[in-house]
Write a protein of this length. Structure first.
Length: 618
């Protein structure tokens, strides 16, 4: 959610701080700021709104210094206003913070009784005053921070600079990620590797409860890392594989549109990463999947949040049908608080684009504590979930900057489809010949996605019918029900239009009461075993005056046209009713429809209001 950058350098860091914050915009934010410490002086600039507002403030009131911190804030405590923006400062320290201090109200009350005066409504300022209170007493920055941490409850990461100790920066994490980057003459701190990608590939990920002290030692900067017990520890260095060129919009208006059009490529790369000899038969599934202990699996759970949860819902249909494995799918924030019977599962699969989603990560830790094996499907290999999982399957979506997930979602679906095939084959429910046929079908997925993207202009025109709508209803059956849910979520996220999705068979159980001429209805209707029932649902909503968008294939389109249905637009996509392919293919028009509705409505497509790419607080 919030983004953090810190730099200790021999040269001015302000421009680099702003540059790093720009690479963290995808996380979502409503204000931004930077602070420097130099010559026993702390100075800062803050602005509400976008980083461009902070840049304007820096033009008006320039800032210069070699040691500094920067922050993009996503409001949790206090409105989105400059006085609540980070960094927060006292006469002695300045701090940036990601996360939530759960006991801030009690701490604030105690500090106010000691005479501390608060300038903001944030929980972060409590940390500022607590460190200041201890620093004034003991004149020891490290001890002041360590004693403060003992008082804090919640999940957070902090980076702290000091007025009287301008050669020092202290950073720590507890439930919220933080990474150190080592440059030639600089040391960097970031909330993720992407923030540091332009300057260094040499990274060290702080472990839970670690505290790092970065100090100017004269000839060079020294970094000392302490664990939770205060013992000096070494943490391994990692070489980042992030390509900074991959986070450019190129010729596209928005990152989201670029990422939609990248799907043929990244789906091909994801397939290739999981299968040997994928350009011709025979195919051999790589060790990435064969390492999974699937043979004796009888019951598994899939746990995720948001869009990733819908990928898990889809996989439930697949795994139960192909591999005869009983599957439970849970929302992470519900799973971790309902006292789940974890021991009943042979394996628990977690899905997360970032690998840092706090509820998913907390659920993972809960499962591991109870001794159950954990596998994670992740897009970011350099993440907390990757480091804490027994098995990791990495999708090859590349950096996804648009807040609304597109290519990461379809790569998750493809990965889950591959796990399904491996499970079915390992358990003896799929012959070698049938496995070959299934893999060969998936091999051609990128070309089928390209075919769908050729309908871009038609979907643009249809989306104009949605711009003035207050509500939209989505209907789907079988594996396309989770895709209907995903389509409704995308429309809500991007265009701020209320949208709901239901299984088409549930139409008469309530949603039909909403149908009138003002309600557009999007129906996912491949020509499959449920088609006639879905067609009947469409006739019911048309009879009540609804405007219908039917997404179907050639056979389905012909039958729609034969019915002579009025107020119906048809999006005809490649004829492919394959159980594994259909949900992935039908995701694409959902994405385009949501994108163009938001585009024509004029909303901020890449950074929708109130949303964050990586939800790292509860």
């Amino acid at each position: 959610m919030c983004g953090i950058v810190g730099i200790m350098s021999r040269s001015n860091v302000v421009e680099r701080l702003v540059e790093g914050l720009k690479r963290l915009e995808y996380r979502g934010y409503d204000s931004a700021g930077v602070a420097i410490t130099e010559n026993n002086f702390i100075d800062r600039r803050r602005a509400a709104g976008k980083i461009i507002n902070l840049e304007a403030e820096l033009v008006k009131n320039p800032l210069k210094g070699c040691r500094g911190i920067g922050h993009t804030r996503w409001a949790t405590h206090g409105e989105a206003h400059a006085h609540n923006a980070h960094p927060h400062s006292s006469d002695h320290v300045s701090i940036v913070h990601n996360g939530i201090i759960e006991n801030f109200a009690d701490l604030k009350k105690d500090l106010e009784q000691k005479g501390h005066i608060f300038q903001s409504e944030t929980d972060t300022e409590v940390v500022v005053h607590q460190i200041t209170d201890l620093l004034v007493k003991n004149n020891n920055p490290l001890l002041a921070v360590q004693e403060t941490l003992k008082k804090l409850h919640g999940a957070f990461s902090l980076v702290i600079i000091f007025k009287e100790y301008d050669d020092l920066m202290i950073c720590t994490r507890s439930g919220s990620p933080l990474v150190l980057g080592y440059g030639k003459d600089d040391v960097y701190v970031g909330s993720d590797a992407l923030a540091l990608a332009a300057w260094t590939q040499d990274l060290v990920y702080l472990k839970e409860k670690d505290l790092a002290v970065i100090k100017d030692a004269g000839a060079a900067f020294s970094v000392t890392i302490y664990d939770e017990l205060g013992t000096v520890v070494d943490r391994p260095h990692h070489q980042s594989r992030i390509n900074i060129d991959a986070v450019s919009k190129g010729a596209y208006n928005h990152y989201m549109l670029k990422e939609i059009y990248e799907q043929p490529s990244v789906l091909g790369e994801t397939f290739n990463s999981l299968v040997e000899n994928s350009t011709h038969v025979p195919h051999v599934i790589r060790d990435t999947l064969t390492q999974l202990p699937l043979k004796d699996m009888n019951r598994i759970a899939i746990i995720a949040c948001g869009t990733s949860y819908y990928a898990g819902m889809t996989a439930k249909y697949w795994l139960e049908s192909y591999a005869k494995i009983s599957v439970d799918v849970d929302i992470a924030s519900e799973f971790r608080y309902r006292d789940p019977l974890v021991g009943q599962y042979d394996l628990v699969i977690f899905i997360s684009q970032s690998g840092e989603t706090i509820d998913t990560l907390s659920a993972l830790r809960l499962v591991k504590e109870q001794g159950v094996k954990v596998a994670s499907i992740l897009n970011m290999p350099e993440s907390s979930m990757a480091r804490e999982s027994d098995y990791v399957i990495q999708t090859q979506a590349g950096p996804e900057i648009g807040v609304a997930s597109t290519k990461a979602f379809t790569c998750q679906l493809l990965t889950l489809a591959m796990i399904t095939l491996q499970a079915a084959y390992t358990k003896g429910h799929l012959s070698t010949k049938k496995l070959e046929e299934e893999l060969n079908t998936l091999l051609h997925l990128p070309s089928k996605i390209l075919n769908v993207l050729n309908h871009d202009e038609a979907i643009q025109e249809i989306s104009k019918h949605f711009v003035e709508s207050r509500d939209v209803l989505y209907l789907g059956r079988g594996t396309n029900y989770p895709i209907a849910l995903e389509g409704a979520l995308k429309l809500k996220e991007l265009s701020y239009i209320h949208a709901e999705a239901y299984p088409a068979g549930e139409l008469k159980h309530g949603p039909i009461a909403l149908i009138d001429h003002l309600l557009p209805v999007v129906v996912l209707a491949p020509y499959d075993k449920w088609f006639e029932k879905t067609l009947s649902n469409v006739q019911e909503v048309i009879a009540r005056g609804a405007y219908v968008v039917a997404i179907t294939d050639k056979k389905g389109a012909a039958l729609f046209k034969n019915q002579g249905m009025k107020n119906t637009h048809i999006i005809e996509i490649p004829e492919e009713n394959h159980t594994l392919l259909s949900p992935i293919i039908y995701s694409i028009p959902m994405q385009l429809l949501s994108y163009y509705t938001a585009y024509f409505k004029g909303t901020d497509v890449d950074q929708p209001r109130n949303l964050a790419k990586s939800v790292t607080v509860e």
